[in-house]
Ligand binder design. Structure first.
Ligand code: ADE
Length: 241
């Protein structure tokens, strides 16, 4: 069972997202557990203050380090550090990728710290987090939505979370290529029909068609992906057909 801890000043944000569909089933099957811990519960002054003015001046408030350290330490006490990863969500982190999702799925425990840009004492990044992760080059109001994105991507990589047939091996990015297009009934919809090859029953032909579509779509829409995934002779020939 993978244990996921989220350190957030806004625990209510997590009430919905993990209660549906595949993630819900994974939790119910005991493959995954998700807990949210609020640093405010570790601010022991009368008003449970979690932020303060920035040293050096400037606008905005900065999250204090002590409640965040105590919140993380309250969930990491009983596990060896090499089996867990403490991840700070912030726009200045390393870009999140499918490869990173696969790597994180190998740990027993993941702790996500939801930071606020220019708003979290940097000693958290330096001395508490193992790494900092960004979900893209844009700035959100906090690390909560990014943490949800990463948890979702990691959860579906865990053994048993996806069924055998919809396994992660079928994914875009697993092979380094975009997915081939899928169709379902009706065969004719508003005059747009499903490609004949998919109704042919010729499985070898269908597999070749799908491979070709993957290659074509990747070349047209995301040629940058092919830098890490050079085409072999067989794929190059398929594209020429
Ligand atoms: N916090 C704010 N923006 C973020 C981003 N793009 N990725 C991760 N954490 C963030």
């Amino acid at each position: 069972m993978m244990r996921i801890d989220i350190i957030s000043l806004f625990p209510d944000m997590f009430a919905g997202p993990f209660g549906h569909s595949i993630i819900k089933r994974a939790r119910e099957a005991g493959l995954l557990s998700v807990q949210v811990t609020n640093p405010r519960d570790f601010a022991f002054d009368k008003h449970h203050i979690v932020d303060d003015y920035p040293f050096g001046g400037g606008a905005g408030m900065v999250m204090k380090p002590d409640p965040v350290f105590l919140a993380v330490e309250s969930v990491t006490a009983e596990r060896e550090s090499d089996k867990r990863r403490v991840i700070l969500m912030c726009p200045g982190g390393q870009s999140f990728t499918q490869q990173k999702a696969r790597e994180l799925a190998g740990y027993e425990q993941l702790v996500f710290i939801c930071g606020h840009y220019e708003g979290l004492d940097d000693r958290v990044r330096q001395h508490l987090a193992d790494e900092a992760v960004s979900i893209g080059d844009y700035v959100l109001t906090g690390g909560e939505l990014p943490a949800m994105v990463v948890v979702d991507a990691v959860a579906r990589m865990l053994p048993g979370v996806l069924g055998a047939s919809d396994g992660a091996e079928q994914d875009s990015f697993y092979s380094g290529l975009l997915e081939y297009p899928q169709y379902t009934r009706p065969r004719d919809f508003r005059g747009w029909s499903v490609p004949d090859v998919l109704i042919s029953g010729d499985h070898a032909k269908i597999a070749r068609w799908r491979r070709k579509q993957s290659l074509k779509n990747t070349l047209e829409r995301r040629p940058d992906l092919l830098v890490d995934f050079p085409l072999n002779a067989e794929d190059a020939a398929l594209l020429e057909e």
